[in-house]
Write a protein that binds this ligand. Structure first.
Ligand code: XBP
Ligand code: MG
Length: 267
């Protein structure tokens, strides 16, 4: 049986959005607001321990600007919300400029699932407008409609690694969690999906390559294209590490059936 549904994380999984989108967009928002804050790669890597852009700004202030006070008449909540809106506007501009392409194999797998009638969903910490901008630009105007459920940003009371975002997506799909497959790039994402009982395929991204992905079904360089198969990096049911594969419905079916060691789509 094919998976009942495929559930995708966005940041780092569909595209390298943290590296090429959010970090520069945060810096643009700080500059526009006349703040001398600058998040370099090392600092952003540290701040990614906190999921959610508003939460990340607060963590930065606590850890790196302990004496900071907002201008008179502006509450901290307002300032954070304003900076976050400006960041998302800058992110959308970057998306529209074509700065953010999808990672290998993403469009191929989405199209294969659609053609086979396997429902799609999104389970992400980022804001809904960022998801929409990315999907429209990368896949076409109708792409947001490809997803039967989009659970994003503040729609949940606790962000990843809480499982809530996956629990809501699975409920909206009316699917059996252990017959779905989640796609993630981070340890927080793996914890969220596993916490909801959803098996996970991990494609580590720029900032998460050094993380551990305990409990993942498969850890693979990227989803692969027929002419560019991806290197298997590990995972519970992984075929030999170092083998190459294209993550397609046949491989996912084999993984769910526990037959990945036998090869599935691995070469
Ligand atoms: C992504 C995030 C997000 C983005 C920014 O986590 O943590 O916070 O960095 O998004 P995941 P917003 O990939 O696990 O969903 O600024 O819109 O919150
Ligand atoms: Mg992610």
């Amino acid at each position: 049986m094919p998976p009942e549904a495929l559930i995708f994380d966005v940041d780092g999984t569909l595209a390298e959005t943290e590296h090429e989108g959010h970090r520069p967009a945060f810096n643009e928002a700080f500059r526009e607001a006349g703040l001398d804050w600058r998040w370099d790669e090392a600092l952003y890597g540290e701040l990614l321990a906190v999921t959610g852009g508003k939460e990340r700004i607060r963590r930065y202030l606590e850890r790196h600007r302990p004496g900071f006070r907002p201008p008179a008449g502006v509450s901290l909540d307002e300032l954070v919300a304003r900076l976050h809106r400006a960041k998302n506007a800058a992110f959308a501009r970057r998306v529209r400029s074509g700065a953010l392409g999808l990672r290998p194999g993403v469009a191929r797998l989405l199209r294969e699932a659609r053609a086979a009638g396997v429902p799609l969903a999104i389970a992400t910490t980022t804001s809904p407008e960022n998801v929409e901008a990315l999907l429209r630009h990368a896949l076409g105007e109708d792409a947001p409609g490809w997803f039967a459920a989009v659970v994003a940003g503040d729609m949940v009371s606790a962000k990843k690694p809480s499982p809530e975002v996956y629990e809501r997506a699975v409920r909206a799909l009316g699917a059996d969690p252990d017959r779905c497959v989640a796609f993630e790039d981070s340890a927080h994402g793996v914890a969220a999906a596993r916490g909801a009982g959803v098996p996970v395929v991990v494609t580590p991204s720029h900032y998460t390559r050094g993380e551990r992905f305990d409990g993942a079904l498969l850890v693979v360089e990227h989803l692969g294209e027929p002419e560019r198969p991806a290197r298997v990096l590990g995972g519970l049911a992984a075929a030999r590490a170092g083998a190459r594969c294209v993550v397609d419905l046949a491989l996912l079916r084999a993984l769910l059936a526990g037959g990945a060691a036998a090869g599935g789509g691995a070469r």
